[in-house]
Design a binder for this molecule. Structure first.
Ligand SMILES: [Zn+2]
Length: 159
């Protein structure tokens, strides 16, 4: 599996738990300020599943060259550090929702994926109703199973 690099949005979504190991930079870690995410992050860091890198100055320079080429000046210091790290860890996959970041990654030829698309938001919203007695599945809410009369419970659909 390619190395997974995460930006701030990934940590805010708690995605570090979806992978055995993730890579990021000190700048990104500092951007995670929300206390719940921070707590999860600290736990993941102490369990050793997050590798925090400081990209080399030469990688930062190379990243800046790519950024200049796409003429984007909306990128933050944390964004630049992610790009520099991606250059160092190639082949890698960067998880980010930032369009500017995705744009530069594209020009670098580095794979990326959107955090939201990867999340399970759609899955969670899809429910079905399952009989506790016989397991019959209903698409709509029913109070008791028409086959065996047991209680029917709401469950999220598993994919
Ligand atoms: Zn039933």
């Amino acid at each position: 599996m390619d190395k997974i690099i995460m930006d701030t949005a990934g940590f805010l979504a708690g995605l570090e738990n979806a992978f055995p190991r993730v890579y990021t930079t000190e700048e990104v870690i500092q951007e995670v300020k929300d206390s719940f995410s921070r707590q999860n992050l600290n736990m993941a860091i102490s369990s050793g599943k997050i590798s925090i890198f400081k990209p080399k100055q030469s990688s930062v320079k190379e990243a800046m060259n790519y950024i200049r080429q796409v003429r984007d000046n909306t990128l933050s210091k944390a964004d630049v550090s992610i790009l520099a790290l991606a250059l160092e860890l190639r082949p890698c996959l960067v998880l980010t929702d930032d369009f500017s970041l995705q744009n530069v990654l594209k020009s670098m030829g580095i794979e990326y994926r959107s955090v939201k698309a990867k999340g399970s938001v759609n899955d969670v919203k899809e429910f079905q109703y399952v009989c506790e007695g016989c397991g019959k599945v209903y698409k709509h809410k029913v109070n008791e199973c028409e086959v065996c009369g047991s209680a029917v419970v709401k469950k999220s659909k598993r994919r």
